[in-house]
Design a protein around this ligand. Sequence first.
Ligand SMILES: Cc1ncc(COP(=O)(O)O)c(C=O)c1O
Length: 435
Amino acid sequence: MNTLLFNSTFEGLAPSSTLFINETVNRLWRQGEQVFHMGFGESRFDVQPRLKSALATHADKKSYLPARGLPELVSTVAFYYSKKLGLDFKSSQVLIGPGSKSLIYGLQMILDADVFLPSPSWVSYGPQAELLGNSYHYIRSSPDDNYRLDIEALDELVQTSDKPCKLLIINSPNNPTGEVMSAEFLEELAAYCRRNNIWVLSDEIYFEVCHGEIEHISIAKYYPEGTFVLGGLSKHLSIGGWRLGVAILPDSDQGKQIMQKMAVFASETWSGVSSPIQYAAIEAYSLHADVEQYVSDCRAIHGIRTRYIRAALDTLGIRCTSAQGGFYIAANFDGYQTSLLRLNIKTSADLAAYLLDKYRIASLPGSDFGLPENTQTLRLSTSYLDMETEFDPQRIFTLYKSGIDVKSLMSIDNHPATHAALNAFAQFMDTIRKT
Ligand SMILES: Cc1ncc(COP(=O)(O)O)c(C=O)c1O
């Protein structure tokens, strides 16, 4: 038998919880069970027709491309982000990778930094730091304030950090809260980071899915020299499986040094994103009117569904974040701690397991997002309900395009699973109120 030794950094790490819940739900579905899938945040719409045909057209692109990305795509991305964010990015600042996840990992790898993470924050930032053996700290927050990033709480952690290089990761619109950071707040945060010499990794992957209450602004507007902007095609174009992400680094000597290291990382690992995908992605970033319209329609549908579910949960007495972007709601049950304890629910993981077991509601526990275990918060995704099959997204999209009013769109006939899931939540709330 061969000697089997594992790298100790993997100890205690499990597969990403988002992918795990998706596999669990799919298994239950295969067994014929009804499950309300609020565990996985995947936008389900069809591939936009222009992109579909672009990918077919470029199927014969078979050669390796430069590790930093196809030059024509790189310059198209620079132009697109300049236009959309009202900034002036150069091609030399752009790097293409296999999803923004890998680019975030690369940036965490090449910097020898102390990492500061909002709580809650996306499931992979912390585990990536852990895989790399980097130190990371969650910044405390409160559900009373929609878990807004608290600069004072950040500063307390920064003051105790003895690493000269520091990295703050922010994410707006946010997964799991759906919160969008305001321009005033970003300006204040930028000034703080500049004063304290902190790099900012600004994960803006949901920026095209802002529901309209608050405009998306990039912190790069106020802190260009210290910000890495991250994005990609996965969310607003529903093509996570295409695996194409982008990073835009500062236009400075330091930015160039970071780019060189990232190019080494890219060339020694993934070599380059799949060639047909990169060619097709040029169409996604070319500001074509039909693609823009598609993104705008998908954004509107996500907004309608998220607002509907949020309002219904609110009526049931569940404290929800305001969910102004993306397709997530962080729902907090701390007000029901006594009843939850009577049901032997001590942690958010217990709560998520209970809801799956008794009510067939799949969700993710707040502890997966860096919240303290005994904070009874769940992340609920709004993108999957009634979009389970491959035909549902097109059905809902067509209904929306027919000019149907919101009430009819969200009726039980058109959104049966959503209504059933909300019913299950109502039953759960009845149980905990009686317990
Ligand atoms: C906040 C956030 N950042 C990054 C990603 C990674 O996206 P991708 O690697 O598909 O670009 C996700 C995907 O779930 C996400 O929710």
